[in-house]
Design a protein around this ligand. Structure first.
Ligand SMILES: [Fe+2]
Length: 165
């Protein structure tokens, strides 16, 4: 819970540096960048932090896998765009989830759909932009799926890094 409180306050003074923007431009394709920069600054910050954590853990990966994982980290939460999820509604969602024992996803409000379903929304948004990289879409679509975590090393690194940021 303390982690959630810290995360909440961190979101208010989130910044992205010029150097980081250049780094993103070097790691994402033009259409991926177009989607990434639609994220609010605090979500961009979170995704960059996840990508930087991931980057430190690419030691045993080949270059292709390392690049794929960084792209996945930068894009994993784009499904939150236009769902009404923000630091306040996210806090409401976290509390709602404590009482939502059966993990049912309500139709309304939209931010709860964003909270539970954003990995699927991320995949939809990327597919709509013509991104068809199956491995990338798998990692993003499953980044909250605990039943998959032990099946794929890249997914494990992504999920662990997400959890630490
Ligand atoms: Fe997520």
């Amino acid at each position: 819970m303390l982690y959630r409180v810290k995360q909440f306050f961190k979101s208010f003074n989130a910044k992205v540096s010029e150097k980081e923007i250049n780094w993103i431009r070097n790691n994402l394709t033009a259409s991926e960048q177009k989607i990434f920069f639609k994220l609010p600054t605090y979500e961009q910050r979170h995704s960059i932090d996840v990508a930087l954590t991931v980057k430190e853990r690419t030691g045993q990966l080949d270059e292709r896998q390392a690049k794929l994982l960084i792209r996945a980290a930068l894009l994993h939460d784009v499904g939150k765009i236009n769902t009404g999820l923000n630091p306040i509604t996210k806090s409401i969602s976290v509390i709602f989830d404590i009482f939502n024992k059966q993990k049912k996803v309500p139709k309304k409000p939209r931010f709860l759909q964003g909270y539970y379903l954003h990995p699927y929304f991320s995949v939809e948004i990327l597919k709509n932009e013509g991104i068809q990289d199956e491995e990338l879409l798998y990692l993003i679509g499953n980044h909250h799926n605990n039943t998959e975590i032990e099946k794929n090393y890249l997914l494990k690194v992504l999920m662990d890094s997400d959890g630490e940021n």
